[in-house]
Every structure is written in C-alpha cells, then in structure tokens.
Design a protein around this ligand. Structure first.
Ligand code: KPL
Length: 295
C-alpha cells in the first residue's frame, strides 16, 4: 500500500498517478478529508474524477510519500514513527525535511519534483505541468530503496529517475523556489509573468545570483539562469505553491526556502540582501493577513 502523507495539490497529483496501478491511501485533514471522501477531481492536462481512499491519520504502508508543508514535517515524522511506514520519500519544497524525518524514521529518501499542480478547491486539483522526479538517498549511495521507488513511479507513467546527488539537486531546486515562489506570491502572478516583465526578471536574476553564490560556497559549481528560465517556461501557467498559500491566507514555507539560503549564507559569510528582503515582505504579508481577519 502507498500512503500519501499530505493531500495538498502535489500529494493529490502523485496519489492520482500512482493509484492507476497501486493501492493508494490519502492521509488528509479537515475540509480536504471531507472532500476526498466524495472523490478527487482532476482538470488541466487530464480531466478525470476518481474515488479515492482517504483516512485522517497514517497507517502501515510499504511506501509513504511525504507532501506536507515543511513546517508540519516534525509533527508528521512523530506520527509516522508510530506506524510501519515503509520507505519514506519527501517530495517537499525547502531544505531540512529529510533530516527531520531521519530523526524519527529509518528508510528516508529525498525527492525533487518539477511536476506542477494547483489546488482549485478541496478535492479538486489542476494538473498544470508534467515535470521530472528525482529520487535519491541523501548519502548519495544508490541503495535498493531508490530503485524500488523509481520503478513504482515509472510503472505509473511518472518521469522518475534514480540519482546519486539528491542533496545538490534539492539545493538547486531550493534556489529556483527562492526566486519564483516569493516573487509570484508578493506580486500575485502566475510563474510565467517572471520572464514577461523586465523589472520582475531583473529582480529574479538578483535573487538567483545570491543563491548561486551560496551554492558555489557549498562547492556546487552552478550556472542556473537557463534552469530558472526553463522551469518558469514549463510551469508558466502555474500558481506557485507560495502564491497558493498566500491566496488561502495560510502560512508559507519562506523559512524553509529563502530562510535556509540566508542561514547557509551566514555560515559561509555571504551577504544575501535580496533574500532577506523577500523574507521580510512575505512574513509581513502573512501577518497582515492574519491581522486583517481580526475585528
Ligand atoms: O516548486 C514550485 C512551487 O510552486 O513550489 C515551482 C517549480 C516553482 C512550480 O510552481
């Protein structure tokens, strides 16, 4: 049995693809739990409606995909440690999730995905972009679990690859997210707008350069402008996960994305003022929203 721990936009997309050949259970809460009991609607690249299995707490499984928000990872890791959750793969944004999971669980793998999905409403996702999924052990060792997970995903039509450098890939994805996510969330635009408006693109490049400098400080020789452009083009119609959070008045993952860059930059003695400014603005937005709800 495959368990999807966190039935948000991405979790639902993976669960939807995997349930074609496997027994999949979604672990969800609140409105999403109630909506999924009635079924999962998929629009966008596919039009479908499927009945899904949904529960409100984790059970024993052979494979558990962790797709909760990074700030929930610690609680989720504790819950998962009370069951037999099999191989655990984090497909989350941000840095540090695998390390948290590994404190409580044994067979943890890292994952990076560029598949794009939007939560249109509870129980309803928009499949917004076919991407790639990279799976690896944080140590870089090509352990059997990596091939097993990749095999399962490929059987279900997911473009999945086993890699020996998932840590570096997670950091590269994180730098891309550090550019796309806060800027789209602040300006409330779809990803594609970042390359359509000159001033936004110039800002994006400033943020990117800081991330590249940090990556180089970590020993990763990177040049990411083409990668950034490519991700934006492939997900042009997508609303970034941070924009979706802001639109719902939810907490964002800014601490795990830009926050991890600032932390690493401090360790390396690098100044990253654009990243720090984006954190101030996004946090201010989170607080302004919460305050605006008060009478
Ligand atoms: O990972 C993403 C996100 O929104 O969190 C990207 C790749 C930017 C797609 O929107």
């Amino acid at each position: 049995m495959i368990q999807i721990m966190g039935a948000g936009a991405l979790g639902c997309l993976y669960g939807y693809m995997l349930q074609k050949r496997y027994d999949v259970t979604f672990v969800a809460r609140g409105n999403q739990f109630r909506a999924l009991k009635r079924g999962l609607r998929v629009t966008g690249l596919f039009e479908d409606f499927v009945n899904v299995k949904v529960v409100d707490k984790p059970y024993n499984a052979d494979l558990t995909l962790v797709t909760v928000k990074s700030y929930d990872t610690y609680e989720v890791a504790k819950l998962l440690s009370r069951v037999e959750c099999g191989i655990v793969v984090s497909l989350q944004n941000g840095i540090g999730n695998e390390e948290i999971l590994m404190r409580f669980l044994k067979r943890v793998l890292g994952g990076v995905t560029t598949y794009a999905s939007n939560l249109v409403d509870y129980g309803w996702i928009e499949f917004a972009g076919v991407g790639e999924t990279f799976i690896g052990d944080l140590s870089g060792e090509m352990v059997d679990d990596v091939f097993e997970v990749v095999g399962i995903m490929r059987e279900c039509g997911i473009n999945a690859y086993a890699v020996d450098n998932i840590y570096e890939r997670k950091w590269i994805k994180n730098v891309i997210n550090s550019v796309v996510n806060p800027i789209t969330a602040i300006l409330k635009v779809r990803n594609g707008v970042l390359i359509e408006i000159e001033e936004i693109w110039n800002l994006a490049l400033e943020v990117l350069r800081e991330g590249e400098e940090v990556l180089r400080g970590m020993g990763f020789e990177v040049e990411l402008e083409d990668t950034l452009r490519d991700v934006i083009l492939k997900t042009a119609m997508n609303r970034s996960s941070m924009l979706q959070d802001v639109e719902r008045g939810k907490r964002t993952e800014i601490d795990f994305i830009n926050g991890s860059i600032v932390k690493k930059a401090e360790e390396l003695g690098i100044d990253v003022p654009y990243n720090r400014a984006l954190i101030y603005i996004v946090k201010a937005m989170e607080k302004t929203f919460l305050n605006s709800l008060k009478p």
